[in-house]
Design a protein around this ligand. Structure first.
Ligand SMILES: [Cu+2]
Length: 131
């Protein structure tokens, strides 16, 4: 009798956990995670394409020295730690549709001025304008 109750309790717990995991899997991801690696004198990838209003989580690492990472017209302006340092996580909401250049803004060597990329923000599907 006691064993039967324990077995029932275990089954209830397993079913509850399965339902919770299943429900979580059906939800869209809360944030879009994008990894960007900095290395003299490039960002990889150098073009990031997102949708306006999306929650973005950038995970920034460097393969050599410390680099800056600044996205024009946004609050994103950080220093990526040098190689071996921790991954730098930056979150922001994708701004209005458009092109937002980003650059290294921390002197890192002779090619520093060429260390650039672009954040391309597309309109949401329901905002799309045909021209
Ligand atoms: Cu630089």
């Amino acid at each position: 009798m006691k064993n039967r109750r324990i077995r029932q309790a275990v089954i209830i717990v397993v079913v509850a956990i399965s339902c919770a995991v299943g429900a979580k899997a059906l939800q869209p991801p809360e944030r879009r995670v994008i990894h960007v690696a900095a290395e003299r004198f490039t960002f990889a990838p150098s073009q990031l394409t997102v949708t306006t209003g999306e929650e973005i989580e950038l995970r920034l690492t460097s393969d050599d020295t410390a680099h800056g990472f600044h996205i024009a017209d946004t609050d994103v302006n950080v220093v990526i730690p040098k190689r071996g340092g921790e991954e730098l996580v930056v979150t922001f909401k994708a701004p209005a549709p458009g092109r937002y250049p980003f650059e290294c803004n921390r002197m890192c060597g002779a090619g520093h001025d060429f260390m650039r990329g672009v954040l391309v923000v597309r309109p949401r599907a329901d905002q799309a304008v045909t021209r």
